[in-house]
Ligand binder design. Structure first.
Ligand code: PMP
Length: 306
């Protein structure tokens, strides 16, 4: 994780100088809302995938947490492009964040300023270089996702990731690559940082909003790929055993991209290899983000030289 600059409250700050006060509200209470985006190199230029959709989700989160954003969506989008330009990045993982800064440490965040940053750096495959090709091993987590009336899971908020950390650490400690959390009713929810898809008898299933998931932008892209390929997609609550009965299982996420799951709880999924349907959708996804196939012109925002 290294770059030249981080954009902070409208200024490009040298990477090593990009600091916040230890008494910032976010440090103590997780009071922030963020995004995770990727830029891919398309025709020699960086192109951010679904920038508008990520910024929209960020600003929806800001609204839920009653933050007053100091920048409009257009201004913030421009700052994202400036950050990639300042760092001369042709491909990147991009991390925009709005957070409550320092003023008071009462639980009420309102007296604290809403500060903003945008960082970007080069980041390879999130679940490891081999994962995209060979798939990963997952386990059902002993940690449940938060109930609907506790934290808003549709918001990508800093504090939500305490749940993700427990899921991820438990999986790694037990020798798995990732955990899959159930929702409060015991149905399947999602991975610590990925949405979940299951292929069974030619139908593609994914878990619904009501299962306390983050509605992934990659999930949406995959649904559109399925539509083009003529696969039926069913969004419904799914019991745990559906995983073990599956022909194929895969995760989706901006960081994880499309990653096959070849084992769950030591049970082999299908024939134990990344499945044919998964591979087909994965290939199409990489064709889209790399500009070889176009679904929607607005999905790629090019970082033009100024
Ligand atoms: N669920 C969780 C909990 C996540 O953190 C992410 C990553 N942002 C996802 C799902 C996938 O979302 P997206 O495809 O928008 O990256």
């Amino acid at each position: 994780m290294k770059a030249d600059y981080i954009w902070m409250n409208g200024e490009m700050v040298a990477f090593d100088e990009a600091k916040i006060h230890v008494l910032s509200h976010v440090v103590h209470y997780g009071s922030g809302v963020f995004e995770g985006m990727r830029a891919y190199t398309v025709n020699g230029k960086a192109a951010i995938f679904r920038l508008d959709d990520h910024i929209k989700r960020l600003y929806e989160g800001i609204k839920v947490y009653r933050m007053e954003a100091p920048y409009t969506q257009e201004e913030y989008k421009k700052a994202v492009l400036d950050t990639l330009r300042a760092n001369k990045l042709k491909s990147a993982y991009i991390r925009p964040l709005y957070y409550r800064g320092m003023n008071s440490l009462g639980v009420n965040p309102k007296p604290c300023p809403v500060d903003a940053l945008i960082a970007a750096w080069e980041w390879g495959a999130y679940l490891g270089d081999e994962a995209i090709e060979k798939g990963i091993k997952a386990k059902i987590s002993s940690w449940t996702r938060s109930a609907p009336n506790t934290f808003p899971t549709m918001v990508k908020a800093c504090g939500n990731y305490l749940s993700g950390q427990l899921i991820k650490m438990e999986a790694l400690e037990l020798g798995f690559d990732e955990g899959i959390a159930l929702d409060v009713n015991g149905n399947l929810a999602e991975g610590s940082g990925e949405n979940l898809f299951i292929v069974k008898d030619g139908v593609i299933y994914t878990t619904p909003i009501s299962s306390s998931i983050l509605c992934g932008i990659t999930r949406d892209t995959v649904m559109k790929i399925c539509e083009k390929f003529g696969y039926r997609v069913v969004e419904q609550t799914l019991p745990r055993e559906f995983l073990y009965m599956a022909d194929e299982v895969f995760f989706t996420g901006t960081a994880a991209e499309l990653t096959g799951v070849t084992q769950v709880d030591h049970q082999v999924i299908g024939d134990g290899y990344v499945g044919e349907v998964t591979k087909r959708i994965q290939q199409e996804y990489f064709d889209i983000v790399n500009g070889r196939v176009t679904y929607d012109e607005s999905w790629l925002t090019f970082v033009e030289d100024e």
